[in-house]
Structure formats: structure tokens, C-alpha cells
Design a binder for this molecule. Sequence first.
Ligand SMILES: [Zn+2]
Length: 179
Amino acid sequence: MLCVKQLKIIEVKIKSEAQKMDSYIYIDGWKANIRFSSAHIIPEYEKCGRLHGHTYAVHAKITGDPDSKGIIMDFSALKEILKKIVNDLDHKVLIPEKSIAAKIEKNKENVKINSLGKKYVIPINDCVFLPIKSTSAENLSNYIFNKLITNIKFPKNVEKIEIGVDEGFGQGARISDKL
Ligand SMILES: [Zn+2]
């Protein structure tokens, strides 16, 4: 049984630990409507080497100390930039410009993709070119992370950013780095 003095000590300990806890804000792309539907080919895996599509959701976790108003950063500013990034990908064929496994050629009208001996010809306006080796969820997370940090000025109190890309419900990749 604890006496009053012991209870006071425990209360002080809990408060000081809370002050050291990490704070973050989180945006769930499924619920916040930061989603896109796209087609891609991943020739490194036979099944994924066929042209197919997914609905993706992008999540963001921003870690930092809340400012004097108790805020890490404005949700709406973050959502606005993320929506712009995903809108550029939406209803497009994702083309990994640095692909080694697929041979990609383009002219003014079309993109030719040679994947696992198969040839796809897609109108260039239906494609979006990404500076990555493959359009895996991991690489898409990396791409969106880089796009985000070059398009938004984070407040000084933000310490770490995590971006997640789900390829359908319940599976996806996460990437995080300190600012
Ligand atoms: Zn896929």
C-alpha cells in the first residue's frame, strides 16, 4: 500500500517522462483521401512483370516537438502538398526512368517498354516518368519523400519525417529520415 508521499513521487516521475516522449502527427492516406490509382510493371518479378494496377495510399508521420501553441505543423499544408504529388501519379502508367530490368524507349507520342521479352507501347501522355529504378512501394515512398521535402518548408521543430506507400490495403513500405 502506498502512502501519500510515495504517490506524489510517482506523479512527478510520470510527468517528467511524458515531457521526454516523442510527439508526432500522422496522416492516414486511406482516410484523408491521399490516394492514387496507377499501372506499373516490375520485371524483376515474373508475376509483377505483367502490366497491372493498384490503388495506393500515402501516409505521413511527422515527428517533432510541439511549438508554443501545441502544434508540430499544420495538417492542411502537409495534406495539400501530398495531394499534389499523388495527383501527378493518378491514373497514369508509372515509368521508372532508371530501370535496369526493363528497356524503356520514348518518342514524342509513345513509350515502348520491353519487359521480360514482351513489348508494351503506351501513349506518352498516359505515362509519368519517375527518377527511380523500379516502381516498388519502397521506391515510390522514397520518391514521394524527396518530392515532399523539396516542396514544403518544414517548421524548425520538425525532426523526422516518415512516408508510407500502401499498395492496396494492409501492405506497403515505409521510409523515414531525420531532417
Ligand atoms: Zn504491382
